[in-house]
Design a protein around this ligand. Structure first.
Ligand code: ADP
Ligand code: MG
Length: 718
């Protein structure tokens, strides 16, 4: 009993050391401490949560004599000779001769001349690769190699050696040394997750996971350890999201809406169509939230054209029936106007007063609206971020609708909500997002989904073409215009000075090597002179003033322009049903989500749309494969899942994961079960202990703060 108590108190002490500066560890001081800090490893916990990106498998080491020619092998030996050879100026080869007790093997590395300085005679080294035979010696060409620190090889023979990401001034073998020392001195810490959850999910303890992730007893154990740490990451992100929301909404009295009043009934009668079953279901979920004494936080997900707007309309009706107000914020004035046009007539028919506010609303009109909103005479206001300005002062704002919500900064979304004390939130997005990502990144939002369009629509055909085959696309554009339709030509850059920093962050391997990207300003001149001569071409880019953009869109909508040469500004929700053809230059420079949104601009009317993606990459290359997905499916959700598989992490379909709070351990593709479990567990914990103040949750609260606190603080300040 006494032993158990002192055990426990030693453990608490170690847990405290977990949060201390990295300089408190053995072997860490001076320049090495600085080098670690440059890698972002400031505290002991950062080091122990700095996970290996691979393991060196010493369980399969063979001696050089027994390494069979033609087979893969791992050998360990001492470097006997290091040579830098330059048979041609463009070809530099580093050749190592490595010996063990049984023989010699030559390892050669190409185009990495620096290895000649990094690897020294006398170093112990592990080599892993295919064994060949030439010039009387066994050889390995470009093997995987790892220099092993003094003493490491003896203990490592029978196991897996971690290889951590390292940087300047930190070698992998030195990193192993300090990680191993830190594990020994501090690694046996308390488990932040309540043992009941750990047991139910059959996860490893935290301390064991730390040991097994760095020095695994087997590859399966390493994977189990990774899963345990991934669960921690997901659970703490969810809890951080949930608790932040509870704190922000503490002490307020939520609106309890009337959801089946005369305004809503009048609107249903005024609708020119019946809601689809999916729309009905979404409306029911939203109205249920609005009628409940809790603040609604709901995300409505649905591909372009699935009819989200009328669903939002029913929510607005509930505000009208409750005698309160609604604000609808769209990312551009074109879209805000589109809303007003689509919904204004229906609102009029149902006797609901509304207004439209954007950056270009004349001052006198704006003053009139401002007064009417403050007096509560206007129920529903459509607008852009102009809604956030002080002169738009709601008396009883009970519903905030944000369209294309990821287009806004977190601070802008918060600012609109703060215009009412306890407004319900309905966020909408057409950017498809895989279920796991929605759960993990938007864990604080409930989701409603619409998967099918109300009308099948004429549909879109997507084709990837090589740059030399663009004539095909121009033929389609000429045909469309001749038939009285319209077209888009999309370029990645505005002009030659544009450095493309606003382009999607497409991974290098998913791009072709084409150097010169198309700029809208010069492309339009080219097209006017050649392929599209005689047609009415106009430019639309993000660099134009909002008024100029509106004017061009207005003329395009009115049919006064045949072809719009644009950047991705047309991506968001622009609705011109008469547009039927689109050509996208340098398509491989855009993310799948952007391309999917862009192509959704055509084929919206009764005539089928044709989209040509111009891409210089060869058939079969990763860049081309990615685009082929767009040819294969027109379902945004299928694309989203596919994109997740293609890139696995980081930016998924334009959804930058929570800034500093990226998920680094979790693999959203293979860890779906953990995502779901963490989501449910976090909700259960937050329901019972919304501020995480119970002793049982003390360590969890610390973890949430440590991992995501700084990120949320930054958001609050923004
Ligand atoms: P999005 O989800 O992209 O915002 P919209 O709300 O703009 O889609 O709807 C796309 C089109 O479908 C609009 O023209 C709208 O009037 C029409 N629509 C919406 N719901 C229905 C329905 N239930 N039946 C027929 N047409 C519908
Ligand atoms: Mg929409």
């Amino acid at each position: 009993m006494v032993a158990a108590t002192s055990d426990a108190s030693a453990r608490v002490q170690r847990t405290q050391r977990f949060g201390e500066g990295i300089g408190s560890l053995r072997y860490v001081s001076g320049q090495r401490q600085q080098a670690l800090e440059r890698l972002g490893l400031r505290r002991v916990r950062d080091l122990l949560l700095h996970l290996p990106h691979r393991y060196l498998d010493f369980t399969n080491v063979t001696s050089i004599a027994y390494a069979d020619v033609g087979q893969d092998a791992t050998v360990v030996g001492v470097v006997d000779k290091v040579q830098l050879k330059t048979p041609r100026p463009s070809m530099q080869i580093v050749e190592l001769s490595v010996m063990d007790a049984t023989g010699v093997i030559i390892a050669s590395f190409f185009k990495q001349p620096w290895l000649a300085k990094q690897i020294h005679v006398g170093d112990a080294i592990a080599l892993s690769g295919k064994v060949t035979f030439a010039f009387g010696f066994k050889q390995m060409k470009a093997p995987f190699h790892e220099v092993i620190g003094p003493g490491e090889e003896a203990s490592a023979y029978a196991r897996l050696l971690p290889v951590h990401p390292v940087g300047e001034g930190v070698s992998a073998s030195w990193m192993r040394r300090i990680v191993s020392a830190a594990l020994h001195d501090v690694g046996d810490v308390c488990d932040p997750v309540p043992s009941e959850l750990v047991a139910r999910l059959g996860l490893m303890s935290f301390a064991r996971a730390l040991r097994e992730i760095h020095y695994p007893s087997s590859l399966e154990a390493a994977e189990q350890a990774r899963r345990r740490l991934a669960y921690d990451e997901l659970l703490t992100l969810q809890l951080a999201l949930l608790t932040r929301q509870r704190v922000a909404l503490a002490d307020i009295v939520p609106y309890v809406h009337v959801t089946d009043g005369p305004h809503r009934q009048a609107l249903v009668r005024a609708l020119p169509f019946q809601l689809t079953d999916e729309q009905q279901a979404a409306v029911q979920e939203i109205l249920h939230d609005m009628a409940s004494p809790y603040v609604m936080n709901r995300l409505l997900l649905g591909d372009v054209g699935t009819g989200k707007t009328v669903v939002a309309l029913m929510a607005i009706a509930a505000a009208a029936d409750s005698g309160t107000q609604a604000a609808v914020m769209a990312p551009t004035s074109v879209l805000a106007r589109q809303y007003a046009e689509k919904l204004g007539g229906l609102l009029d028919a149902a006797g609901i007063a509304w207004a439209l506010v954007s950056g270009s609303t004349p001052a006198a009109e704006r003053a009139r609206i401002s007064t009417a909103v403050s007096a509560g005479e206007i129920c529903c206001v459509f607008g852009t971020t102009a809604l956030l300005s002080d002169d738009i002062d709601f008396v009883r704002l009970s519903l905030v609708v944000i369209d294309e919500q990821h287009r806004f900064g977190v601070n802008q979304r918060l600012a609109l909500r703060k215009k009412g004390s306890a407004a319900d939130l309905l966020a909408m997005t057409a950017t498809p997002i895989p279920r796991t990502l929605a759960l993990s990144v938007y864990g604080d939002l409930s989701c409603s989904r619409i998967r099918h369009r109300p009308r099948a629509g004429a549909g879109i055909t997507t084709r990837v073409v090589a740059p030399q085959s663009t004539d095909l696309a121009f033929g389609a554009i000429r045909d469309a215009v001749a038939a009285g339709h319209q077209a888009y030509v999309i370029c990645p850059l505005v002009d030659e000075r544009d450095d493309g920093h606003e382009l999607d962050d497409v991974p290098e391997r998913s791009r072709s090597a084409a150097k010169q990207l198309h700029a809208a300003t010069s492309t339009i001149e080219d097209l006017r002179r050649s392929a599209l001569r005689g047609m009415r071409l106009e430019l639309l880019t993000g660099r134009m003033s909002p008024d100029d953009k509106d004017a061009v869109m207005e003329r395009f909508r009115g049919g006064e322009i045949d072809v719009l040469v644009a950047t991705t500004v047309v991506e968001v929700g622009v609705d011109v049903p008469n547009a039927t053809a689109m050509l996208i230059y340098d398509a491989d420079r855009f993310g799948l989500a952007t391309l999917h949104q862009l192509r959704g601009r055509v084929g919206r009317g009764d005539v089928a749309g044709t989209v040509y993606l111009v891409c210089a990459a060869k058939k079969g290359s990763p860049a081309r494969e990615r685009l082929a997905a767009l040819e294969a499916t027109s379902d945004g959700f299928e694309l989203a899942e596919l994109d997740l598989k293609l890139r696995r992490e980081g930016e998924v379909l334009g959804y930058r994961q929570h800034g500093g709070a990226t998920l680094s351990v979790c693999d959203l593709d293979s860890d779906e079960d953990l995502v779901v479990a963490a989501h449910e567990d976090a909700r259960a914990i937050a329901r019972d202990d919304p501020t995480l103040t119970e002793p049982l949750h003390g360590a969890l609260a610390v973890e949430c703060r440590e991992r995501f606190g700084a990120y949320f603080d930054e958001m609050e300040r923004a």
